[in-house]
Every structure is written in C-alpha cells, then in structure tokens.
Design a protein around this ligand. Structure first.
Ligand SMILES: Cc1cc2nc3c(=O)[nH]c(=O)nc-3n(C[C@H](O)[C@H](O)[C@H](O)COP(=O)(O)O)c2cc1C
Length: 199
C-alpha cells in the first residue's frame, strides 16, 4: 500500500472561506494524506533586501522567519501554491516569501543542492475576480520560476476566473479541472515512488 501523501501548502490567500482555498481544497481532497499549511497572511516573512549575503553562505541573512522551510519542504511529496490574483500577480506575502528563496537560486546556479529530499510535483491554485484571456499568465510564470528554483517539476495551474460574478464553490468546471490536475500529480508522485511503475 502507498504511504499517505504529504502536501506542503503555501497559502497566500487572505480569505479563510475564499475562492483560492476552495480550489486548493478540491486538490487536497484528491491528494488525501496530510497537509502542512503555511499561511502567509498569518505569518508574513520579510522580503529579500538584496544584501548578497547568500552569495557566500547559502543561508538568508534575515533568517528566523523561514528557518524550518527547507525541512518542511523536504518532508513533502507535493508543493501547492495557493493565491488570489492581486494586481495581475500572486498576493504580496507570497511574492515576499519567494524573494527569500534567493539562496536556493544561487545554490542551483552553482550546482549545489540545499535539499536532502524534495516534492515530486508542484502546482498553483489561483482565483481571480476578472475573466480575460491570459489573466493567470503572470502568476503562473512566477509559480513556475519558484518550482524551477527549487528543482521541483511544475504540473501547472488550477484556475478559477470570474469570481466577482461566480464564487468558486459554485463553479463545478473549475473545481473539476483542479481535481483532474491533482489526479495527474498524484499519479506522477506515485509512479516515481514506485520506481517507474504506478503503485
Ligand atoms: C488587492 C486586490 C487586488 C486584486 N487584483 C485583481 C486583479 O488584478 N485581477 C483579478 O482578476 N482579480 C483581482 N482581485 C480579485 C481577487 O483575485 C478575487 O476576488 C479572488 O477570487 C479572491 O480570492 P480569495 O477568495 O482566495 O481571496 C483583487 C483583489 C484584491 C483584494
């Protein structure tokens, strides 16, 4: 039997009963197992100040507020980034958090690995009030860049547009698409755990 899946959720939504979390819940339901949730509006991190300290030592000079992130990431099978669209991008606490991944970016460029283990899949779950072509592209590009920095495969985007008119909870098409993406991610993680064969 497969061990329960562990998902690290980087939750950048300010809304406890909001659309982005509803979308993420549809994915977590498919994953099953345990979710370790970092709520960035509850515990915001300071943004990178560009001090360059991580060029010499792969530890952020601001330390403290992110100290347990590598361990929590290494303990996860999936990474799920959750965000509303704010000014066409991810929410501000997530952007601040991601700027602090600069030590990972520097290490990767030097061929070093700061993680003993990493999630096998990652994705973005995002909801936005408007509805126009390409509205999720900037947020998706940031999430994909984060996944690349952490050397985690990026499965893509689960999106719900038009939440100004249609709440995510009343959008079965968006919820079904999110569940489909989660199903694909789960299969990929299980396949990797099974050494190439789905288990
Ligand atoms: C500060 C702020 C900026 C926003 N900017 C956008 C935007 O640029 N594009 C958009 O489609 N919706 C925008 N919205 C609407 C939210 O993306 C939308 O209401 C979303 O579904 C909220 O998700 P949540 O319930 O998880 O907070 C904005 C909302 C706020 C509060």
């Amino acid at each position: 039997m497969s061990p329960p899946l562990r998902t690290l959720v980087l939750d950048g939504s300010p809304s406890p009963a909001g659309g982005s979390r509803r979308l993420a819940a549809a994915m977590l339901e498919v994953f099953g197992g345990e979710a370790d949730i970092i709520r960035l509006y509850d515990s915001p991190v300071r943004p990178c100040r560009g001090c360059g300290g991580c060029a010499a030592d792969p530890v952020c000079a601001l330390d403290g507020d992110l100290a347990d992130f590598p361990e929590r990431l290494a303990g996860a099978d999936c990474l799920l980034i959750v965000s509303p669209i704010h000014f066409a991008s991810l929410s501000a606490p997530l952007i601040a958090f991601f700027s602090r991944l600069q030590p990972f970016w520097r290490a990767r460029r030097r061929g070093r690995d700061l993680l003993a283990r990493r999630p096998g899949q990652s994705a973005l779950a995002a909801s936005g009030g408007s509805d126009y072509p390409g509205m999720f592209a900037p947020a998706r590009a940031v999430a994909a860049a984060v996944a690349k920095t952490l050397s985690i495969p990026f499965a893509g985007l689960a999106a719900a547009a038009g939440t100004d008119r249609l709440p995510v909870a009343e959008n079965p098409a968006a919820l079904a698409a999110a569940a489909r993406l989660a199903t694909e991610m789960l299969a990929a993680v299980r396949q990797k755990a099974g050494g190439g064969q789905e288990v």
